[in-house]
Design a protein around this ligand. Sequence first.
Ligand code: HEC
Ligand code: HEC
Length: 166
Amino acid sequence: MIKRIAFILISLLLVVSGIRQFSFSTATSVGSGAQSPPAPAQSTPTPDTRAEDAQAIAEIKKRLAGHEDEPAETFFKNIEILKGKKASRLPAMMSALTGLLGVGCSYCHVTNEWDREDKPTKQTARKMFRMIGTINKDNFEGKNAVSCWTCHRGNPHPPIQAPATK
Ligand code: HEC
Ligand code: HEC
């Protein structure tokens, strides 16, 4: 449990430091779930997918060997959020996303075809990065006050309402 919390906190730091210097465009409206009831977090990865995901990260790091300092967009194919960042940032950011949302890689990706763009969740994740950039710029003097964790807390569908009190 403590290990898990530590993992998430470290993940969060990595994501936050990864997005620190982005320039952000206007906020886009996100999520179509405003009217639907809060959904439970069904996508929490099983220990099996966690092992597979860790394996995937290990393979990506291996491929990256010797190219760590290249721009992410040079080494990888479809990069928007990490443009101008070191390629070595990407694996940590991807691991972080799984912890922050409580999902496996396949929530946003077709496994092992990481550059594909067909999963809407991958597009939503990019929108969310831009959204927090805008929120922090407009309300918190550019500080990393709001992060994925602020809302998601290990859940791909942040609850909209407080739980009913009895
Ligand atoms: C919440 C969604 C999400 C999750 C979960 C996620 N990714 Fe990603 N992934 C993205 C986004 C968004 C990008 C594009 C980043 C950008 O635009 O800079 C990306 C890009 C990548 C790329 C670069 C592909 C290329 O060549 O363009 C790799 C490799 C990758 N992810 C691997 C993984 C692995 C492995 C995992 C699981 C440990 C994972 N991702 C989990 C959203 C996600
Ligand atoms: C201000 C609160 C907030 C923040 C901050 C936030 N999100 Fe979200 N996110 C939401 C809400 C609300 C939804 C819609 C959930 C639903 O459809 O039930 C959502 C949906 C998503 C989805 C799509 C889930 C699905 O299955 O369709 C992804 C992926 C996602 N967020 C990723 C991220 C990432 C990555 C970050 C950090 C860069 C982030 N979010 C930051 C509130 C937030």
